[in-house]
Design a protein around this ligand. Structure first.
Ligand SMILES: NC(=O)c1ccc[n+]([C@@H]2O[C@H](COP(=O)([O-])OP(=O)(O)OC[C@H]3O[C@@H](n4cnc5c(N)ncnc54)[C@H](OP(=O)(O)O)[C@@H]3O)[C@@H](O)[C@H]2O)c1
Length: 313
């Protein structure tokens, strides 16, 4: 089969398209013929030797990617609920070695869900790592309730566009930040207020909130802390939490959490139900053929992604 390996951490251009052996099935796993892959910033960071690279560097070959949608071609003897021919999607083995940049992928059945009949492979592949991140922070950890005020940064991107929709489904009042070019997109997702970060400092433009989802790093996190009510919750998915931030959060009676997304088939089933009945929509802004995958990663790295970028295999 064809797969992209990363022989050295030299960025997207260092990915090598090679012929390698197909993965073999184990009792608890199944083999998927991949039809679509979604790309994430963690892929780009790892390709440069950051993020997951240290964890994976001794695996040979190192194959990036975690998000797939495809068709089951083989099942292990202990796998329940999936059969050959099923259409499935999921974030495979994160934070481990997902090996998704390939024509065939081995996946733990517990990381997958069936793709609803009315959903294509591209939209399914899009609704994986980014959607699980939004779900785990806002639904599982924050347990957002009706009427709460929620600030979602980078609302036009992969995580953000799912986060806005999930928070709205819970009945929250959503304030969303993005560049001006994504204003209509973000409001179309259901956001109640939009802040163009090039025009306004969000901390001067909005009333206090109960929950923030931040993905933009330490300085931004400190600014976000200023808008959280006492008793509120600040989530960061990008940066570690400094001692200074912790001290300031304590003083303000704000809980700060850094969460790293985890593979989870049960949550994938919840996302599938929402895709099926239209409560959740994946926005695929651009698709690329498999031989353009490094180029797609370079586009992602350039920033400004709206929704998700998908590679079709
Ligand atoms: N901890 C975890 O488990 C986890 C999981 C997923 C992602 N992440 C991290 O979270 C970050 C976002 O991921 P993603 O997949 O959503 O990335 P993405 O799809 O590339 O989206 C990033 C978005 O940020 C917007 N943006 C840039 N600067 C901004 C600013 N100052 N204010 C508001 N928006 C801004 C960009 O467009 P505009 O500038 O045009 O608005 C873009 O839409 C990445 O660093 C990623 O590694 C962490």
């Amino acid at each position: 089969m064809k797969a992209y390996t990363l022989p050295t951490p030299s960025g997207p251009e260092g990915l090598l398209l090679r012929d390698i052996a197909r993965p073999t099935v184990t009792p608890g796993s199944l083999i998927i013929r991949v039809h679509a892959i979604s790309l994430n910033p963690v892929d780009v960071k790892t390709s440069h030797g950051k993020a997951m690279y240290d964890k994976l560097r001794h695996d040979d070959p190192l194959i990036l990617g975690w998000d797939v949608a495809g068709e089951v071609v083989e099942t292990g003897s202990n796998v329940e609920g999936f059969a050959v021919g099923d259409r499935v999607f999921g974030m495979i083995d994160f934070p481990g070695h997902g090996q998704a940049y390939a024509e065939y992928v081995r996946a733990d059945g517990h990381h997958l869900a069936h793709i609803p009949e009315n959903i294509g492979y591209e939209a399914a592949a899009a609704t994986t790592l980014a959607a699980l991140t939004a779900w785990q922070n806002l639904i599982h950890l924050a347990k957002i309730k009706e009427g709460q005020r929620v600030l979602i940064h980078a609302a036009g991107g992969g995580v953000g566009h799912f986060a806005v929709q999930l928070a709205k489904e819970r009945g929250a009042y959503v304030i969303a930040t993005s560049s001006g070019s994504k204003r209509d997109f973000v409001l179309g997702l259901g956001a109640d207020e939009h802040i163009d970060y090039n025009e306004h400092k969000f901390e001067e433009a909005i009333e206090p909130v109960d929950v923030v989802l931040d993905s933009l790093g330490p300085d931004h996190l400190l600014r976000s802390l200023r808008v959280v009510k006492s008793g509120g919750h600040l989530f960061t998915i990008a940066a570690g939490i400094s001692d200074s931030l912790k001290a300031q959060a304590n003083e303000r009676n704000v809980l700060v959490t850094h969460h790293l997304v985890q593979s989870n088939g049960e949550e994938m089933i919840s996302l599938a139900a929402r895709l099926s009945d239209g409560r959740l929509k994946a926005h695929v802004s651009q698709t690329y053929p498999f031989d353009q995958l490094p180029h797609a990663l370079t586009d992602l790295e350039a920033g400004g992604t709206q929704g998700k970028r998908i590679v079709v295999v």
